[in-house]
Design a protein around this ligand. Structure first.
Ligand code: MGD
Ligand code: MGD
Ligand code: SF4
Ligand code: MO
Length: 744
């Protein structure tokens, strides 16, 4: 790779960003190809249809886009897609609507001497970007600039960004919003299985006779996965472990409304009873696992009586769940944020994995220890974003891995950092300490979504230069930026996403981006060019070029995708699950089976081929309700129509009718009576860190002593308590002490 001054002669620039008439055009940048931007995708007729994977959640539904003169004018769920089988949730249906909004970022914005953001052209924007970051690096060292990436752009874009920032621009620190979401599952799987490998396929929702959901409100957060559960023909037992009586819990056959953060005790108790009763698969344990005897010894004190007390549950109801797990022939265990976002999240996830291993419920249809991801491409970011691990699930600290990747990308091995990046919370701490002074934020909105918002805002305000690359200029983070780079969104660009069941699917450009907004892919190309990075970045002209590079980097890894020929194959197959090694293919038009799960042979990815039992003593969370702040705050998804920080979903009139636009705090009737609260009364909810105004929603879905706030309101994270899992550094968003104060 060259690090010479970029060729910024008018000619080179013109070729890259300007058309002959001098007007900005995307045509040169976007390199029309078969799936190229601005062209109707292959096989689709200009007035026909084409398919694309949904860009909201990790379910990864297929959508059929209806084209008129080559542009999408409407959509419907794809009927022949193995994920959603003709279904879609309200967000998916409204995917095109949210693109048309007056607050779309349509041109780069740069902060002037008056402190106000003002429009500039791309040339000025990219020059300022490079000048500022290079000046900061020159003064404070290369590691003084960092990036925060996302699980919501194409894998090719993440790969481009992560390799450019770290191998081209010399950054060491780069993390992403996947830390807020999936870090716990990643660490849990790596330690237990030897690789970050969710084993399941969605068909398992339909094949189980017992499904156990821990800290997952599937009905709201993954509505189409929930539809798959409802299609299950085996009259399954559905066990929901959640402190709240959620939309999912009300339809369960067993609901355990455990005391928040007592999951570890409950799961160890279930394990202990299964062991004591001999309801385990001793053969499976002996053949395929290590550490069982130690685990067994460590949990023998976890009695039913103790669990009933600690978890505040009826002993008989716990026992009924143990019996259901024992009786099940195909038991699947599923978890989401109620587990990942806790102070002992990794060990809790591993306690779930332990249950699947000890009962032999893994590798067969309808089984598994299954972490459900959240964002459309959380799995892509876990494997290919170059943040927590070297691309392709490799390890930055391994010389062998660095040499392999350097060889595959044809870059000097010295360009690859030899250590891991700081985690998100450490990057934030680094900003506060003046160690990080420049930050590039891509497709995430941390000024709303990061924990303990007051501190987060103060932190961002300390930066010398904040670059925000987003579809909308109005986000809480973009409002604080020194430079806003306008990005195209889903539907306005192409690339792949990897869904929860490891299925890689293609999304396509079907409408033009507004104004001068560019695909993130093209923004990264510009950054590489202006920075002067040279090869290999100058050879990556289309997302599919990067896809081929990603494939090479995945070779011989558990996530090997060398067998996926190209985008055409992904399109024809309606998505392909990893792994798919080139050696599996039998010929040019070979197609893999549609449903593939891992560990059928009981072989895991540790050197000895065995899975590990991992455990630790439960500890109370860092903040507990007390006399001054007597209620426990839970946060999470509010409705199926709201997405995260609402930059997208608030733009649809249809979606806006499906949720309350005022912030509602869920309060149990008993607490409401005690506090003398009326329905819909305006109150303040206060924590030691801040206060918010909300209206009271009196519902029995929260237990006495608990309140719930949706994460979608920008005020919620004013209250949250910043504690992190020791191993994954994932924030514990679902715990904190608050009080409700009546307005006089
Ligand atoms: N509509 C919609 N869908 C989404 C999203 C969205 O914003 N909107 N976001 C997507 C993303 S990125 C993600 S990560 C997923 C999240 O999907 P989920 O994890 O299902 O959603 P949450 O509501 O955050 O949390 C799930 C449940 O955890 C429970 N919980 C809280 N504390 C505890 C505890 O101590 N123990 C247990 N067992 N449970 C507890 C909460 O009561 C809540 O019902 O959703 C994805 N899908
Ligand atoms: N209290 C509380 N806080 C939470 C949670 C919780 O349960 N409780 N959950 C956490 C979890 S699991 C998650 S995943 C995070 C999510 O937190 P964020 O990632 O901050 O939330 P989003 O609103 O999804 O932000 C994505 C941003 O990217 C922009 N965007 C969308 N598509 C594109 C694109 O293609 N290119 C570019 N450049 N920009 C794009 C959107 O406009 C938006 O501003 O929130 C976390 N915060
Ligand atoms: S369930 Fe998720 S992937 Fe499917 S349509 Fe809804 S948001 Fe899109
Ligand atoms: Mo998430």
């Amino acid at each position: 790779m060259s690090s010479t001054t970029p060729d910024q002669s008018p000619n080179a620039l013109q070729q890259l960003i300007y058309a002959k008439d001098g007007k900005l055009t995307r045509d040169l940048l976007l390199n029309p190809g078969e799936y190229g931007l601005g062209k109707v995708p292959a096989k689709a007729k200009p007035n026909g249809t084409t398919t694309s994977v949904c860009g909201f959640c990790s379910t990864g539904c297929g959508l059929e886009l209806h084209l008129q003169d080559g542009q999408a004018v409407n959509l419907s769920p794809a009927v022949d897609w193995p994920v959603n089988l003709g279904m879609a949730c309200p967000k998916g249906w409204e995917s095109l609507t949210i693109l048309k909004s007056s607050d779309r970022a349509t041109q780069p914005l740069l902060k002037g001497a008056d402190g106000k953001l003002a429009p500039v052209d791309w040339d000025t924007a990219m020059r300022s970007f490079c000048d500022k970051f290079k000046a900061i690096q020159a003064q404070y060292g290369n590691d003084s600039v960092a990036f925060l990436s996302t699980g919501q752009i194409a894998t090719e874009e993440m790969f481009f960004l992560g390799t450019l920032a770290k191998f081209g621009m010399g950054m060491l620190h780069g993390d992403g919003n996947t830390r807020q979401c999936m870090a716990t599952a990643v660490v849990a799987y790596k330690e237990a299985f030897g690789f970050d490998a969710p084993p399941f396929t969605y068909q398992d929702f339909e094949e189980s006779d017992v499904l156990v959901f821990v800290g997952s409100n599937l009905c709201i957060a993954h509505p189409i996965m929930w539809e798959r559960v409802l299609r299950n023909p085996h009259n399954p037992q559905i066990i929901v472990i959640d402190p709240r009586r959620t939309e999912t819990a009300v339809t369960a056959t067993h609901h355990l409304p455990l005391a928040p953060k007592s999951d570890l005790t409950l799961l160890y108790t279930i394990a202990n009873i299964l062991i004591q009763k001999g309801w385990i698969d001793a053969d499976y344990i002996a053949r395929n696992t290590t550490g069982f005897e130690e685990f067994k010894a460590s949990i023998k004190e976890y009695t039913l009586a103790k669990a009933a007390e600690t978890c505040q549950l009826d002993a008989d109801r716990i026992m009924a769940v143990v019996q259901a797990i024992h009786a099940g022939k195909r038991v699947s265990f599923w978890w989401t944020m109620g587990v990942n976002q806790s102070h002992q999240g990794v060990r809790t996830a591993q306690a779930i994995i332990n249950l699947a291993l000890m009962t032999g419920n893994i590798g067969r249809p309808g089984t598994g220890a299954n972490s459900i991801t959240g964002q459309c491409n959380a799995m892509g970011s876990r494997l290919f974003s170059n943040t927590t691990n070297l691309v392709g699930g490799h390890d930055f600290r391994s010389l062998e891995h660095r040499e392999k990747i350097a060889g595959q990308l044809d870059i000097p091995v010295e360009n690859i950092p030899t250590e891991n990046s700081w985690s998100y919370d450490r990057i934030m701490e680094g900003i506060r300490a003046g160690e990080i002074r420049g930050l590039w934020v891509i497709a995430t909105n941390p000024a709303h979504s990061w924990i303990h918002q007051k501190e987060a805002h103060e932190t961002f305000d300390k930066l010398d230069f904040l670059v925000v690359q987003d579809m909308y200029h109005s986000t809480e983070t973009a409002q604080r930026a020194d430079l806003v780079l306008p990005a195209a969104g889903w539907g306005e660009k192409e690339g792949t996403f990897i869904n929860s069941e490891r299925r890689i699917g293609l999304h396509k450009k079907v409408v033009p981006a507004p104004g001068q907004a560019l695909a993130d892919f093209q923004i990264f190309r510009l950054a590489a060019h202006y920075w002067g990075c040279g090869s290999p970045f100058d050879q990556w002209k289309t997302p599919e070029d990067v896809f081929q590079a990603m494939k090479r980097c995945s070779s011989d890894q558990p996530c090997d995708i060398t067998g996926i020929r190209d985008y055409r194959m992904l399109d024809d197959a309606r998505g392909i699950q990893w792994p798919l090694a080139a050696s599996e293919s039998t010929g040019d038009d070979w197609m893999p089976p549609t449903q593939r799960r891992l560990f059928a042979e009981g072989k895991f990815f540790h050197a000895d081929g065995k899975a590990r039992f991992l455990f630790e003593t439960p500890q109370p969370p860092g903040e507990q309700p007390h006399a001054e702040f007597p209620l426990r705050l839970l946060t999470g998804r509010g409705t199926a129509a709201q997405w995260h920080t609402q930059t997208k979903t608030s733009k649809s009139a249809v979606l806006r009718t499906l949720y309350s636009t005022t912030l509602l705090v869920d309060v149990n009737p008993e607490d409401a009576a005690k506090l003398g609260l009326e329905p819909h009364e305006e109150v303040t909810v206060e924590s030691p860190r801040g206060s918010v105004t909300a209206r009271v929603n009196i519902v029995a879905s929260v237990l006495p002593g608990q309140v719930f706030l949706p994460m979608h309101n920008e005020l919620t994270n004013r209250l949250t308590f910043p504690q992190f899992d020791t191993y994954s550094r994932q924030p514990s968003y679902k715990n904190g002490a608050v009080r409700i104060v009546k307005k006089k």
